[in-house]
Ligand binder design. Structure first.
Ligand SMILES: [Zn+2]
Length: 405
């Protein structure tokens, strides 16, 4: 009795009598049956404990002690005086299933990481189609919108589309949804599903400088302040500077060129943050190239704008920079000045809030790993569910945290 009590605890299956346990290579076989009980006949409702016969069913369970587990359940059929024969009830196995409920839950839990379906299938000793069939039970849909939305695209290469969109709540760091395309039509169709009252709750809409995102925000989120992601507009300047550096570098002899290449970091870093020796190195490089010197000046001047503490001072600094950069004579920076002018409101509004697309960037990196592990996803819905499932644990935790507060 005691022995049985502990194996029942260990197995976690209620009312099961273990008859034998065998270990064969990397498998464990547990032979068991349920306690004999009085059952109610599903046809006439009379009670019976008369056994008709037994049939063995093999059920896969969660791997234990590094071995695959098979439960051999001796299923009992009862017979009633009305002639009906029926199987006994059990709590761990739905009818016609070949695996335990908890194995299903285990598989779904395993799929929360970036691992591919194939590797999870191998780990739990199930076929790939079975694991996919289990996962297709999972589904997510967004019902409510948060006060801050942040949107971005990523290269998902799924459903014949190169780019997909990711929608997040940057304040609570929650992935809200994945959309199949980044087109205006697709985004409109999606946001149209939400009631106006729901959409009006959105106070901030954070995105990069993709015109479609901005248009979508104007149409569907009339109450929202459009924020241009800070990292994104800063990157424009850094990229412009990098391309000038590369062009200038090409003009130099081999020995110079190598020197420039290794000094990339020094040139990109804020001049004030360098030590004396590094400052001298940078000065030598700038001395050899007037173009690079000009570009470096505008880059440094731009970075000073980031020190502004409020919208008003940022407005003054940004306008000064734009006006001056228009005449700098370096096409890449003139282009930057135009871009900054075009997106000025959204850029200045990014000084009024700490919200950025930083969280999305980190999500995109995880998605990249998920995609790489599976060598890509063809089916968009499955890919979407994998992504939302991967981030769901975190949001569940966040939600409880919020509830606790
Ligand atoms: Zn009956």
């Amino acid at each position: 009795m005691l022995y049985n009590y502990f194996t029942e605890k260990l197995l976690g299956l209620q009312g099961v009598l273990i008859e034998n346990i065998e270990e064969i290579d990397d498998t464990i076989h547990i032979y068991c049956k349920l306690e004999r009980k009085i059952h109610k006949c599903p046809v006439c409702g009379n009670h019976t404990d008369k056994i008709h016969d037994y049939r063995e069913q093999i059920i896969k369970d969660i791997p234990a002690f590094g071995k695959f587990v098979f439960i051999h359940l001796k299923k009992r059929r009862y017979s009633c005086s009305c002639g009906k024969r029926f199987y006994e009830k059990n709590s761990f196995l739905p009818r016609f299933h070949r695996m335990t409920n908890r194995l299903v839950a285990y598989v779904i839990d395993k799929l929360r990481c970036e691992a591919s379906f194939t590797s999870v299938a191998k780990e739990v000793n199930l076929s790939l189609p079975t694991v996919i069939r289990i996962f297709d039970l999972v589904s997510y849909s967004l019902k409510e919108l948060p006060t801050a939305l942040s949107i971005d695209e990523f290269k998902g290469n799924t459903g014949k589309e190169k780019y997909q969109c990711i929608l997040t709540d940057p304040e609570n760091k929650v992935v809200l949804d994945i959309l199949p395309k980044r087109t205006k039509y697709c985004l409109s169709k999606y946001f149209k599903k939400f009631d106006k009252s729901e959409r009006d709750k959105v106070e901030y809409f954070v995105s990069d400088m993709w015109r479609t995102f901005s248009d979508i925000s104007s149409v569907w989120f009339k109450n929202a302040t459009k924020i241009v992601d800070k990292y994104h507009w800063i990157r424009q300047i850094m990229c412009a500077f990098e391309s000038v550096r590369k062009e200038e570098q090409k003009k130099f002899s081999e020995s110079h060129r190598r020197y420039f290449k290794n000094s990339r970091k020094l040139l990109l870093k804020r001049f004030d943050d360098l030590n004396d020796e590094q400052k001298q190195q940078v000065n030598i490089m700038l001395y050899t190239s007037p173009n690079l010197c000009t570009a470096h000046f505008y880059k440094e001047d731009f970075l000073k704008i980031l020190d502004c503490q409020d919208r008003q001072s940022a407005r003054k600094a940004m306008s000064d920079w734009i006006n001056s950069a228009y005449d700098c004579g370096i096409p890449r920076f003139v282009k930057c000045a135009k871009t900054m002018q075009n997106w000025l409101t959204g850029i200045l509004d990014s000084f009024t809030t700490p919200l950025t697309n930083g969280f999305i960037e980190s999500c995109n990196n995880k998605i990249k790993v998920l995609k790489r592990n599976a060598y890509g996803y063809r089916d968009f819905n499955r890919f979407r569910n994998r992504i939302l499932h991967m981030f769901s644990l975190k949001s569940a935790k966040n939600n409880t945290k919020q509830a606790a507060v």
